[in-house]
Design a protein around this ligand. Structure first.
Ligand SMILES: Cc1cc2nc3c(=O)[nH]c(=O)nc-3n(C[C@H](O)[C@H](O)[C@H](O)COP(=O)(O)OP(=O)(O)OC[C@H]3O[C@@H](n4cnc5c(N)ncnc54)[C@H](O)[C@@H]3O)c2cc1C
Length: 287
């Protein structure tokens, strides 16, 4: 029996889980944290099967109940790390500290999260501003770095950087931290005005006018988003979307992506179709 991880319980993730569970070939675990975009939709009237408009919340709840009835296991927690091991299996870590290993992964995490509106951030992306600690930690050996974020994901990124960086500070940008801080990491809650540097990140400027030198800025707001997770396991991304082929496969064998995180039409019908296509591809991957 194979083991499949689906990240995200929106239309794409749940749709895939139905096909996978019904195949009888794989145990299916869906890790999900926070509301699907669909939960924000008051009325849906452009989706198949309803005589009257249906609320997004109701559509989601019914879909999840159907998946649970078929044996899909839902874990209501955040996925904060994903790595591929020597046997080409996938090691997943959730915010509650649980680690597990899977044979295949579907990223169905919805559209990429917005980056914080901080002056200088977008201009310095790739020039000291990074979205993936495990990918870029090496470039900041013995350098001072900051992580911008306030949740478990920010803490995880900071802990990834501590073995190599000279110092790691989490900047919560005015938000109360949601974690207890280990000794080796500093935390500063002041509001950030700008990230500054000529050609590369050099410092953070706070709203109170003070400054902190930093060679690297790692963005880790909220949960680990689609492109961050894809980058961690080496799946190519294009801006804010994960690149897949027509079977919803990424360039990494065993890793698939579906729904809004792959771009195109950002609608329920497309997300559901993507999930079905990805599930069928995963079943072929297992056979
Ligand atoms: C206000 C609004 C109205 C809309 N109206 C319509 C409409 O009328 N018709 C229509 O067809 N579409 C509509 N849409 C679009 C539709 O909701 C989306 O296209 C659809 O929900 C995309 O599905 P998805 O499964 O790709 O992603 P999502 O539904 O966004 O689900 C992704 C899930 O992954 C979870 N997740 C993300 N990162 C992690 C992590 N690290 N760990 C664990 N879980 C994670 C998220 O919390 C979320 O639950 C609307 C969207 C909005 C916001």
């Amino acid at each position: 029996m194979k083991k499949t991880l689906i990240i995200g319980a929106g239309p794409a993730g749940i749709s895939a889980s139905l096909y996978l569970a019904r195949s009888g070939k794989t145990e299916v675990v869906v890790v999900t944290n926070g509301a699907s975009a669909l939960a924000k939709a008051d009325k849906i009237e452009n989706y198949f099967g309803f005589a009257e408009p249906v609320s997004g919340k109701e559509l989601l709840e019914n879909s999840r109940k159907n998946a649970e009835r078929l044996g899909v296991c839902f874990l209501d927690t955040e996925l904060i790390d994903l790595q591929v091991n020597m046997e080409m299996r996938f090691e997943a870590l959730t915010a509650d500290g649980t680690k597990d290993t899977y044979d295949a992964v579907l990223i169905a995490t919805g559209s990429a999260r917005k980056t914080p509106k901080i002056e200088g951030l977008s201009a310095l992306e790739g020039k000291g501003v990074s979205y993936c600690a495990i990918c870029d930690a090496f470039f900041y050996r013995n350098k001072d770095v900051v992580v911008i974020g306030s949740g478990e994901y920010a803490l995880h990124e900071a802990l990834t950087l501590t073995p190599t960086a000279a110092s790691v500070t989490i900047l919560t940008n005015g938000v109360k931290p949601e974690f207890s801080l280990p000794e080796q990491i500093h935390c500063d809650t002041r509001k950030i005005k700008a990230i500054s540097g000529s050609g590369r990140v050099e410092k953070i400027i706070f709203e109170d006018g003070s400054e902190q030198a930093a060679a690297g800025v790692f963005i880790a707001i909220g949960t680990a988003g689609s492109t961050e997770l894809a980058r961690k396991i080496g799946a190519p991304v294009d801006g804010k979307v994960i690149i897949t082929d027509e079977n919803k496969a990424t360039a990494v064998p065993g890793v698939y992506a579906a729904g809004d995180c792959t771009g195109g039409l950002l609608q329920v019908s497309k997300a559901v179709a993507d999930g079905a296509i990805a599930a069928m591809s995963m079943l072929r991957f297992f056979s």
